[in-house]
Design a protein around this ligand. Structure first.
Ligand SMILES: Nc1nc2c(ncn2[C@@H]2O[C@H](COP(=O)(O)OP(=O)(O)OP(=O)(O)O)[C@@H](O)[C@H]2O)c(=O)[nH]1
Ligand SMILES: [Mg+2]
Length: 398
């Protein structure tokens, strides 16, 4: 599971990335600091099943605090965009290709209104951040339109030779996770005939790409820099854009995660508060920074929002479910006795068979069904997985 971070330049994407993954990467208050993408692992919370079964998790990756199991997701931070990127402005938009594999993107905007259209710092409150949103959704639409354009000759030939038009176009865009239904729906909404894609004008193509972007590349908007008081006035406007909006302070999350890693505070991602371990170990500057995070972010918004943005993206928007595979249904362990070693994030609609293949292709081939460990009932290979299922795969001997 990959979550992409997109946005205008200088809005805090890399800060969000570092806060979520604790991977160091260059940040700075100027446009185009990031050039090459940064990839790291963040964790989303899944209510753990260990308590219910009276066992203790022994995660291979991530961790469990008895309440929540933290499941790994990859996060990709890419270069920033400016308007006209598809015409080569700024760093262009070709790097969006890196986001092909992401079923959902977090669109980071500077909700404080403190960066202009070009990503230059301006006084907070002077730039409307809904424009940050428009720049990115438009550039993503141009990116999709560009992919179709590059392939339109080949696609038209395939259609003329009898292949179904929607299938051909979905195939051209399959790297983006676009499905036939998405192509059909977008064309229908725009009143376009996919069989004649070769004759579409620029506007037809772009309108089609906009629809397709909405349907197949959804956003969660991270309204970032809410620690800056001016952000308050822009939240309503951002909420009217029709996408989920999560107020975030990536900078605050980074401060908290680092302080926790250094043993200065007790804090887990997503917590509404933190606890100072030992006052005397804090410098005056650290004490002041933590106080600001508490007053300006945690007390007002309930959390830094970074965790909530990730979880909204993975579970609510991309619709993934978390599944716990086990080999021993009594001990909830793998073959080596390791208790609840994994939690897999699986696409909505994934089945017991998909889980078997995810464990190992050979297990996938030998699987004959599953066991729902909660009910101890057998379940068929085509049964859809549900969030927090605990499943044992039943397989023929190899
Ligand atoms: N006040 C405040 N500043 C933030 C926050 N997040 C990031 N910043 C600041 O915003 C500036 C840009 O941060 P980056 O993370 O480098 O932004 P980016 O979107 O990755 O920028 P590019 O890679 O250059 O496109 C830096 O000065 C950060 O310290 C936040 O939550 N609050
Ligand atoms: Mg960056």
């Amino acid at each position: 599971m990959l979550v992409g971070l997109v946005g205008k330049t200088n809005v805090g994407k890399t800060t969000f990335f570092s806060a979520a993954t604790l991977v160091e990467a260059e940040r700075g208050n100027r446009p185009f600091v990031t050039i090459e993408p940064n990839e790291g692992v963040a964790y989303v919370r899944v209510e753990s099943v260990c308590r219910e079964f009276g066992v203790s998790c022994e995660p291979r990756t991530g961790w469990c605090n008895g309440r929540n199991r933290f499941a790994p997701v990859k996060v990709l931070d890419v270069a920033g965009l400016v308007s006209g990127a598809h015409r080569g402005r700024g760093l262009g938009n070709k790097f969006l290709d890196d986001l092909r594999r992401a079923p959902v993107n977090i669109l980071v905007v500077d909700a404080s209104g403190g960066t202009d259209s070009e990503g230059n710092p301006v006084p907070p409150g002077t730039h409307d951040p809904t424009e940050d949103y428009t720049i990115v959704s438009e550039e993503m639409s141009h990116w999709i339109a560009g992919i179709i354009k590059r392939n339109v000759g080949k696609a038209s030939r395939r259609i003329r030779s009898g292949e179904k038009a929607t299938a051909v176009l979905a195939d051209v865009l399959s790297g983006l996770g676009v499905r036939k239904e998405d192509v059909e729906r977008s064309a229908e909404l725009e009143g376009l005939d996919v069989r004649r894609v070769g004759e579409w004008g620029e506007d037809d193509l772009l309108n089609f790409a906009r629809r397709l972007r909405e349907i197949s590349k959804p956003f969660v908007v991270a309204a970032n820099k809410v620690d800056v008081p001016e952000a308050e006035r822009f939240l309503e406007g951002l909420r009217s854009l029709g996408e989920p909006v999560i107020p975030t302070s990536a900078e605050s999350e980074l401060i908290l995660r680092r302080a926790a890693a250094a043993g200065l505070i007790r804090y887990e991602p997503g917590d509404p508060s933190f606890e100072i371990v030992d006052e005397s170990r804090l410098t005056e500057a650290q004490r002041r920074a933590l106080k600001l995070v508490e007053e300006r972010v945690l007390d007002r918004f309930g959390s830094t929002g970074v965790q909530e943005a990730l979880e909204t993206a993975v579970f609510d928007v991309a619709g993934f479910v978390a599944v716990f595979p086990v080999e021993n249904e009594n001990r909830l362990s793998d073959r080596d006795g390791r208790v609840l070693p994994d939690v897999f994030l699986m696409k909505r609609g994934s089945t017991v068979r998909d889980l078997a293949y995810r464990i190992h292709s050979e297990i996938g081939e030998r699987a004959v069904g599953g066991l729902d460990v909660r009910t101890k009932r057998k379940i068929p290979l085509d049964r859809e997985l549900r969030h927090r299922d605990v499943v044992k795969i039943l397989a023929r001997r190899g």
